[in-house]
Ligand binder design. Structure first.
Ligand SMILES: CC(C)(COP(=O)(O)OP(=O)(O)OC[C@H]1O[C@@H](n2cnc3c(N)ncnc32)[C@H](O)[C@@H]1OP(=O)(O)O)[C@@H](O)C(=O)NCCC(=O)NCCS
Length: 186
Protein backbone atom coordinates (compact mmCIF):
# COMPACT_ATOMS: atom_id res chain seq x y z
CA UNK A 1 0.00 0.00 0.00
CA UNK A 2 2.84 2.36 0.80
CA UNK A 3 4.50 1.93 -2.55
CA UNK A 4 5.86 5.06 -4.10
CA UNK A 5 5.93 8.58 -2.76
CA UNK A 6 2.54 9.46 -4.19
CA UNK A 7 1.45 12.11 -1.73
CA UNK A 8 4.63 14.09 -2.23
CA UNK A 9 3.33 15.52 -5.50
CA UNK A 10 0.51 17.45 -3.85
CA UNK A 11 1.66 21.03 -3.82
CA UNK A 12 2.09 22.85 -0.55
CA UNK A 13 -0.07 25.98 -0.58
CA UNK A 14 -0.34 29.00 1.59
CA UNK A 15 -3.88 30.29 2.01
CA UNK A 16 -5.08 33.87 1.88
CA UNK A 17 -4.30 33.67 5.60
CA UNK A 18 -0.56 33.87 5.65
CA UNK A 19 -0.33 31.84 8.85
CA UNK A 20 -1.98 28.74 7.34
CA UNK A 21 -0.16 26.19 5.21
CA UNK A 22 -1.94 23.38 3.40
CA UNK A 23 0.32 20.42 2.62
CA UNK A 24 0.39 16.62 2.41
CA UNK A 25 0.39 14.72 5.71
CA UNK A 26 4.00 13.87 6.60
CA UNK A 27 5.63 10.99 8.42
CA UNK A 28 6.41 13.11 11.50
CA UNK A 29 2.87 14.56 11.84
CA UNK A 30 1.73 11.80 14.23
CA UNK A 31 1.82 13.81 17.46
CA UNK A 32 0.24 16.89 15.91
CA UNK A 33 -2.49 14.80 14.26
CA UNK A 34 -3.18 13.02 17.56
CA UNK A 35 -3.45 16.39 19.35
CA UNK A 36 -5.82 17.60 16.63
CA UNK A 37 -7.96 14.47 16.98
CA UNK A 38 -8.16 14.67 20.75
CA UNK A 39 -9.58 18.21 20.52
CA UNK A 40 -12.46 17.19 18.24
CA UNK A 41 -15.92 17.19 19.79
CA UNK A 42 -17.67 13.86 20.13
CA UNK A 43 -20.19 14.66 17.41
CA UNK A 44 -17.45 15.05 14.83
CA UNK A 45 -16.47 11.41 15.12
CA UNK A 46 -19.79 10.58 13.59
CA UNK A 47 -19.46 13.07 10.78
CA UNK A 48 -15.91 12.03 10.10
CA UNK A 49 -16.50 8.26 10.08
CA UNK A 50 -13.02 7.79 11.49
CA UNK A 51 -11.97 8.05 15.11
CA UNK A 52 -9.09 10.49 15.22
CA UNK A 53 -9.11 10.18 19.00
CA UNK A 54 -7.78 6.68 18.59
CA UNK A 55 -3.98 6.45 18.59
CA UNK A 56 -4.27 3.36 16.39
CA UNK A 57 -6.22 5.29 13.77
CA UNK A 58 -3.74 8.16 13.81
CA UNK A 59 -0.83 5.74 13.44
CA UNK A 60 -2.58 4.00 10.55
CA UNK A 61 -3.16 7.31 8.77
CA UNK A 62 0.42 8.47 9.25
CA UNK A 63 1.76 5.11 8.04
CA UNK A 64 -0.36 5.57 4.90
CA UNK A 65 1.00 9.04 4.17
CA UNK A 66 2.66 7.75 1.00
CA UNK A 67 0.00 5.25 -0.04
CA UNK A 68 -0.59 5.31 -3.77
CA UNK A 69 -4.39 5.24 -3.49
CA UNK A 70 -4.72 7.95 -0.81
CA UNK A 71 -4.08 11.64 -0.54
CA UNK A 72 -4.06 13.04 2.98
CA UNK A 73 -3.85 16.78 3.47
CA UNK A 74 -3.38 18.87 6.57
CA UNK A 75 -3.81 22.57 7.27
CA UNK A 76 -1.18 23.68 9.75
CA UNK A 77 -0.46 26.82 11.71
CA UNK A 78 3.08 26.63 13.00
CA UNK A 79 3.41 23.10 14.41
CA UNK A 80 -0.32 22.72 15.02
CA UNK A 81 -2.59 20.70 12.74
CA UNK A 82 -5.86 22.65 12.42
CA UNK A 83 -7.51 20.73 9.60
CA UNK A 84 -7.40 17.31 7.99
CA UNK A 85 -8.79 16.02 4.70
CA UNK A 86 -8.34 12.87 2.73
CA UNK A 87 -9.35 11.28 -0.54
CA UNK A 88 -9.05 7.56 -1.11
CA UNK A 89 -9.57 5.81 -4.44
CA UNK A 90 -12.13 3.09 -3.87
CA UNK A 91 -11.32 -0.54 -4.76
CA UNK A 92 -12.64 -2.70 -7.58
CA UNK A 93 -15.29 -1.42 -9.94
CA UNK A 94 -15.38 1.89 -8.06
CA UNK A 95 -11.68 2.46 -8.70
CA UNK A 96 -12.48 5.61 -10.70
CA UNK A 97 -14.20 7.13 -7.63
CA UNK A 98 -12.54 8.86 -4.67
CA UNK A 99 -14.12 8.91 -1.23
CA UNK A 100 -13.37 12.14 0.71
CA UNK A 101 -13.39 13.32 4.33
CA UNK A 102 -12.86 16.75 5.86
CA UNK A 103 -12.65 18.08 9.41
CA UNK A 104 -11.47 21.37 10.89
CA UNK A 105 -10.43 22.01 14.46
CA UNK A 106 -13.34 23.57 16.41
CA UNK A 107 -11.14 26.48 17.47
CA UNK A 108 -10.48 27.39 13.83
CA UNK A 109 -13.91 27.01 12.24
CA UNK A 110 -15.76 29.68 10.25
CA UNK A 111 -12.53 31.19 8.98
CA UNK A 112 -12.48 29.67 5.53
CA UNK A 113 -10.27 26.66 6.29
CA UNK A 114 -12.97 24.12 5.44
CA UNK A 115 -13.48 25.73 2.05
CA UNK A 116 -9.73 25.82 1.49
CA UNK A 117 -9.26 22.13 2.25
CA UNK A 118 -12.32 21.24 0.18
CA UNK A 119 -10.52 22.74 -2.83
CA UNK A 120 -7.49 20.60 -1.98
CA UNK A 121 -9.76 17.56 -1.99
CA UNK A 122 -10.69 18.27 -5.61
CA UNK A 123 -7.02 18.79 -6.53
CA UNK A 124 -6.12 15.55 -4.74
CA UNK A 125 -8.82 13.69 -6.66
CA UNK A 126 -7.28 14.92 -9.90
CA UNK A 127 -3.86 13.70 -8.80
CA UNK A 128 -5.25 10.30 -7.89
CA UNK A 129 -6.70 10.07 -11.39
CA UNK A 130 -10.27 9.52 -10.21
CA UNK A 131 -13.06 11.01 -12.30
CA UNK A 132 -15.58 11.35 -9.51
CA UNK A 133 -15.56 12.24 -5.81
CA UNK A 134 -18.13 11.23 -3.22
CA UNK A 135 -18.69 12.38 0.34
CA UNK A 136 -21.04 11.01 2.91
CA UNK A 137 -22.38 13.13 5.71
CA UNK A 138 -25.09 12.86 8.29
CA UNK A 139 -28.29 14.49 7.05
CA UNK A 140 -28.55 16.83 10.05
CA UNK A 141 -25.08 18.23 9.31
CA UNK A 142 -25.54 21.02 6.80
CA UNK A 143 -22.37 23.04 7.22
CA UNK A 144 -20.12 20.71 5.27
CA UNK A 145 -22.79 20.38 2.63
CA UNK A 146 -22.75 24.08 1.79
CA UNK A 147 -18.99 24.10 1.34
CA UNK A 148 -19.10 21.26 -1.16
CA UNK A 149 -22.21 22.41 -3.00
CA UNK A 150 -20.51 25.75 -3.66
CA UNK A 151 -17.76 23.79 -5.38
CA UNK A 152 -20.22 21.88 -7.56
CA UNK A 153 -20.98 18.76 -5.51
CA UNK A 154 -24.60 17.63 -5.72
CA UNK A 155 -26.71 15.27 -3.67
CA UNK A 156 -26.79 11.84 -5.30
CA UNK A 157 -28.36 9.78 -2.61
CA UNK A 158 -29.87 9.48 0.83
CA UNK A 159 -29.16 6.28 2.73
CA UNK A 160 -31.76 5.80 5.43
CA UNK A 161 -30.57 4.83 8.94
CA UNK A 162 -27.13 4.13 7.49
CA UNK A 163 -25.02 5.64 10.31
CA UNK A 164 -25.13 4.68 13.97
CA UNK A 165 -23.76 7.09 16.55
CA UNK A 166 -22.02 6.24 19.80
CA UNK A 167 -25.37 6.24 21.63
CA UNK A 168 -26.78 3.75 19.17
CA UNK A 169 -29.06 6.26 17.41
CA UNK A 170 -29.51 5.83 13.69
CA UNK A 171 -29.00 8.69 11.21
CA UNK A 172 -29.60 9.12 7.51
CA UNK A 173 -26.52 9.64 5.36
CA UNK A 174 -26.44 12.10 2.50
CA UNK A 175 -24.23 11.16 -0.41
CA UNK A 176 -22.79 14.10 -2.35
CA UNK A 177 -21.06 13.51 -5.67
CA UNK A 178 -18.83 15.59 -7.93
CA UNK A 179 -17.63 14.84 -11.45
CA UNK A 180 -14.09 16.13 -11.96
CA UNK A 181 -13.52 18.17 -15.11
CA UNK A 182 -11.67 16.32 -17.87
CA UNK A 183 -7.96 17.13 -17.95
CA UNK A 184 -7.11 19.73 -20.66
CA UNK A 185 -5.32 17.20 -22.89
CA UNK A 186 -8.12 14.57 -22.74
C1 LIG B 1 -17.93 21.39 8.18
C2 LIG B 1 -16.59 21.99 8.55
C3 LIG B 1 -15.50 21.22 7.80
C4 LIG B 1 -16.56 23.48 8.13
O1 LIG B 1 -15.25 23.99 8.32
P1 LIG B 1 -15.02 25.57 8.43
O2 LIG B 1 -13.55 25.81 8.38
O3 LIG B 1 -15.75 26.10 9.59
O4 LIG B 1 -15.72 26.08 7.10
P2 LIG B 1 -15.53 27.50 6.38
O5 LIG B 1 -15.13 28.53 7.38
O6 LIG B 1 -14.64 27.29 5.21
O7 LIG B 1 -17.03 27.77 5.91
C5 LIG B 1 -17.37 27.87 4.56
C6 LIG B 1 -18.88 27.97 4.45
O8 LIG B 1 -19.51 26.79 4.93
C7 LIG B 1 -20.72 27.14 5.63
N1 LIG B 1 -20.59 26.78 7.02
C8 LIG B 1 -19.48 26.41 7.68
N2 LIG B 1 -19.77 26.09 8.97
C9 LIG B 1 -21.10 26.30 9.12
C10 LIG B 1 -22.01 26.14 10.21
N3 LIG B 1 -21.59 25.71 11.41
N4 LIG B 1 -23.31 26.42 10.00
C11 LIG B 1 -23.74 26.86 8.81
N5 LIG B 1 -22.93 27.02 7.72
C12 LIG B 1 -21.64 26.75 7.88
C13 LIG B 1 -20.90 28.61 5.44
O9 LIG B 1 -21.63 28.80 4.26
C14 LIG B 1 -19.47 29.08 5.29
O10 LIG B 1 -19.36 30.27 4.57
P3 LIG B 1 -19.46 31.67 5.37
O11 LIG B 1 -18.53 31.55 6.55
O12 LIG B 1 -19.03 32.64 4.33
O13 LIG B 1 -20.89 31.78 5.79
C15 LIG B 1 -16.34 21.95 10.09
O14 LIG B 1 -17.44 22.54 10.74
C16 LIG B 1 -16.15 20.53 10.61
O15 LIG B 1 -15.03 20.06 10.63
N6 LIG B 1 -17.28 19.88 11.00
C17 LIG B 1 -17.21 18.51 11.48
C18 LIG B 1 -16.86 17.50 10.38
C19 LIG B 1 -17.78 17.65 9.15
O16 LIG B 1 -18.97 17.91 9.26
N7 LIG B 1 -17.18 17.45 7.95
C20 LIG B 1 -17.92 17.61 6.69
C21 LIG B 1 -18.42 16.34 6.16
S1 LIG B 1 -17.15 15.52 5.25
Amino acid sequence: MCADSASGDLPTQTSHRSDVTVRPLAEDDGDALAAFGSALPEDDWLYLDMDLQSQQTVERLVRAHEATNWRQIVAVIGDEVVGYANVRALPGWQGHVGDAHLVISPAHRRRGLGALLAQSIIAAGGQLGVVKLVLEMVEEQSSGRQIFERLGFRQEGLLLDQARDQQGRLHNLLVLGYRLPDPPDA
